[in-house]
Design a protein. Structure first.
Length: 628
């Protein structure tokens, strides 16, 4: 078994760029040096019925058949089999597995899956052989399923298969199946009859319509919906011939028109060069009370959109929704997206799509607008999101605060800050309150783009509408960006103004950030002015940056500026003085400590802990001098 897998993979794999490749098969792992893949010469066409007489090719085909037979006899998983197949090989494997119906079915199902992609693997004789094999299991469902596939491909049951299957049906007492088979074999199958009509119409010239209609009449066929739909589907590439046939059946008194046939004709005519006839068919359907099938809607919409017939697509969708009992959300979203990304955006089409969907008793959720923004962003139209929303509202869409917030954010992302602020302001004035995140987003995005005048204007409006204690996040972003793109001093000025005049409540982290920035740049006096504001907002004073700066590079005057800003009553507690002295001694800056000591009030100078600290410093200096 392992050797079969190895040989089959080696025969089927393409020539590699590297010498070794690992392949996985069911329950096996084969590591092989890949061999050149035998290819068909130009004279060989796997899709034809005539093969080259090259003995080497015949031998390779036979070997493939043997190997596939062995694999499908012993395994149940074939997803990773890679090999060149032709219909002769398929037929040979079926012959080899003829006495094992289950194994033959597994192989045939696998080939059918490949048939969808390659469309040339299974010929009529292989189908007929599989029909013979399928009835050996004593079941008929599989048999009739294969017959349906054959009919769709235009294949008929051959005499040999008919005789064997009919004999089996007789022996098993399956009288209904036998009768059905006999009718099918007598060329009364709708798909086969449709193929006859198709071939006859293709042979005749359209100009000779009288001759064509006469030949159709002479066929003497009993018309049915299955037959007509099959014929129209086969004639889909020849709309004029399909229309000729359709008009003939319309006038035929023996046939009663129904929705299936009308939809089949609509699918054929749903193209740019037949658009007038297409709308005529739809009008007839409407007058007859027929609905557009989903298959018709999806197929024609897809064709219209590929040809950039956006207006026609919306008109078709609106027509379909007017008669649809079960509209699909994905159809609405698909068409809306196509309208939004079309070359020439038409806002009335946006309204029409929304209106058509809502008119069918549907509700569009606010989350749908997220997809709208994504589509607009993909084609660089994000700056038009406010107009799109207005058009959607014109069609009946009801937006919520989150949708409005997304519009504001979209305008900001499109760098239309003036429009975003005006839009937000107008919404508030009209009674549509925006949430806190939307206003915060306005301030943040304006700050990040360096438009500080706009950011401040947004912040002030945010304070007016939401209160000064709600703007902490947005305000922190503003202060950060002001420090980065303008100056620390300007950020300080803005903070003081907003706190004292607008009652803004900055976050603790905002105070800490700005203090650190100012102290690190030697702006001790400016940084110290924030300590009182922190205290008034209920935050503990942030003294670490000051102590660190003074101990490393600050002067005694710097220390006193900081300490005075820390005052409670007249001066800060002795413990703060003590902490500064300790930091100075630790850094070895004894002279600055002495200078600060001389500037300190008497209660500090006479404090026992302070005196002990200075005594220890003097003792250390004396010991060091003695050692030297």
């Amino acid at each position: 078994m392992k050797s079969a897998w190895r040989l089959l993979f080696n025969r089927s794999l393409p020539r590699p760029s590297s010498p070794i490749s690992t392949l996985r098969a069911p329950n096996l792992q084969v590591r092989s040096s890949q061999l050149p893949n035998p290819r068909f010469p130009p004279s060989f066409n796997p899709g034809s019925r005539h093969f080259s007489s090259d003995p080497a090719l015949d031998q390779n085909r036979d070997q493939n058949a043997v190997l596939l037979t062995e694999i499908f006899s012993k395994s149940n998983s074939f997803d990773e089999i890679k090999t060149d197949l032709d219909h002769e090989t398929v037929h040979s494997v079926l012959r080899n597995l003829e006495e094992s119906p289950e194994k033959a079915k597994r192989f045939f199902d696998w080939v059918l899956e490949r048939e969808v992609k390659e469309n040339r693997l299974i010929r009529s004789k292989s189908f007929n052989l599989m029909l013979e094999i399928s009835v050996k299991k004593g079941e008929t469902n599989e048999f009739w399923g294969l017959v349906k596939i054959m009919e769709e491909k235009g294949y008929r049951i051959e005499k040999g298969a008919y005789l064997k299957v009919s004999e089996r049906f007789k022996n098993d007492g399956l009288e209904e199946d036998l009768k059905r088979l006999e009718e099918l074999y007598s060329m009364k199958s709708p798909h086969i009859l449709a193929s006859r009509i198709y071939k006859m119409l293709l042979r005749e010239k359209e100009e000779e319509s009288e001759v064509v209609l006469k030949k159709l009449q002479d066929l003497g066929i009993d018309l049915s919906s299955d037959l007509v739909v099959s014929a129209l589907d086969q004639l889909s590439a020849y709309p004029n011939k399909a229309l000729m046939f359709f008009q003939w059946i319309e006038e035929n008194p023996s046939f009663e028109m129904d929705a299936r046939v009308s939809n089949a004709m609509a699918r054929v005519l749903g193209r740019e060069d037949c658009i007038d006839k297409f709308w005529e068919i739809l009008q007839k359907m409407k007058n007859s009370g027929f609905q557009i099938e989903r298959e018709t809607l999806v197929k024609v919409l897809d064709r219209f959109i590929k040809r950039r017939m956006i207006s026609q697509s919306v008109e078709l969708y609106a027509f379909a929704m007017g008669r649809s009992e079960n509209p699909q959300l994905q159809d609405f979203l698909f068409l809306l997206k196509k309208v939004l990304v079309s070359k020439d955006l038409n806002l009335s089409l946006v309204s029409n799509v929304v209106q058509a969907y809502i008119s069918a008793a549907n509700v569009i959720r606010g989350s749908t607008f997220d997809g709208v923004l994504k589509s607009l962003r993909s084609v660089g139209r994000l700056g038009e999101c406010d107009k799109i929303l207005k058009a959607m509202e014109g069609g009946g869409f009801v937006a919520d605060a989150n949708v409005y917030g997304n519009v504001v954010a979209g305008l900001c992302d499109a760098k239309k800050l003036d429009e975003a602020l005006e839009y937000a302001d107008n919404l508030e004035k009209s009674g549509k309150n925006l949430d806190l995140n939307t206003w915060s987003s306005l301030v943040k995005k304006s700050s990040l783009t360096g438009n500080f005048d706009k950011a401040l204007a947004c912040l002030k409006k945010m304070v007016e509408r939401k209160g000064g204690d709600t703007v902490g996040c947005a305000f922190e972003v503003l202060i950060h960006e002001l420090c980065q793109k303008k100056s620390d001093e300007y950020a300080l000025k803005v903070l003081k103004e907003m706190v004292t005049k607008r009652n803004v409540k900055p976050w603790h982290t905002t105070y800490k950030f700005l203090i650190e920035r100012l102290v690190n740049h030697g702006k001790v006096k400016e940084a110290s002015s924030l300590l009182e504001l922190m205290k008034s907002d209920g935050f503990p004073p942030y003294i670490d940056p000051f102590v660190g700066y003074v101990s490393r590079s600050g002067s005694a005057d710097d220390a006193m500026i900081f300490l005075k800003a820390m005052k409670t009553n007249e001066f800060p507690s002795t413990s703060v003085f003590l902490r500064v002295f300790e930091a100075l001694f630790k850094e070895g800056r004894h002279q600055i400590a002495h200078d600060l000591f001389s500037l300190s009030p008497g209660r500090v100078k006479n404090h026992a802990d302070v005196l002990d600290l200075f005594y220890s410093m003097k003792q250390d200096e004396a010991d060091t001098a003695a050692a030297l």
